[in-house]
Design a protein around this ligand. Sequence first.
Ligand code: BGC
Length: 250
Amino acid sequence: MTDGATELGLGIDIGGTGMKAAIVNLGTGELASDRFRIDTPHPATPTTIAEVVRALIDHHHWTRPFGAALPAVVRQGSVTSAANIDDSWINVSSDELFSNSTGLDVCTVNDADAAGLAEMRFGAGRDRHGVVILLTLGTGIGSALFIDGKLVPNTEFGHLELDGQDAELRAAARARQRDDLSWKQWAKRVRYYLEHLEKLFSPDLFIVGGGVSRKYENWLPHVKISTEIVPAAMANNAGIVGAALVAPTG
Ligand code: BGC
């Protein structure tokens, strides 16, 4: 839809508890509609999720291609991992699934990659070169790696092994609640995890996103590492905006 100079897109962010969709101004990264949310159905199988995707599209009366972000590895439009989603997703063509349920062209990507694309274009990573790593600290840990602004997709750094465990089990936001940690105690785990990433990638910048990025004053001051680290700027909307950015054109 071209409305004067305003190019609009639609993005859907599919999470473990909620599925959110909005129309996005692709020139500014701002939302151009309400952010409509429907609870993620349980079980969250391809069939039940595809129905909600259609409901979200219907809500916005959207009739053009759109993008969707999933908490899984998405390679060439197909899901190939299921750490935090139903196992029945493995080898499902998410592009085809959502295209069939909506009748529209779709591009699906990993949720952290979507958030990273949005932060690099409009948020904390804007105009940043070199090696940038965005991490979303939520139920799990999502990651997006950029080299001079170009995404290396599906890095899944949340599943690096840390002290014999999946890193996300130790350092995701959920671990703080589960293990009843103070912000400072949890920040220590985050610092340890980031130091591991520093050794592997020598990044120029870390961007930390997810719900906890809005409360960064509570914990970020305790994460003292040598690499520059900044909170994500787009918080809750990054996944939606990034999904809208990858929507097929034409
Ligand atoms: C998944 C990733 C996802 C991250 C955040 C991890 O458990 O493996 O694909 O990006 O959670 O949702």
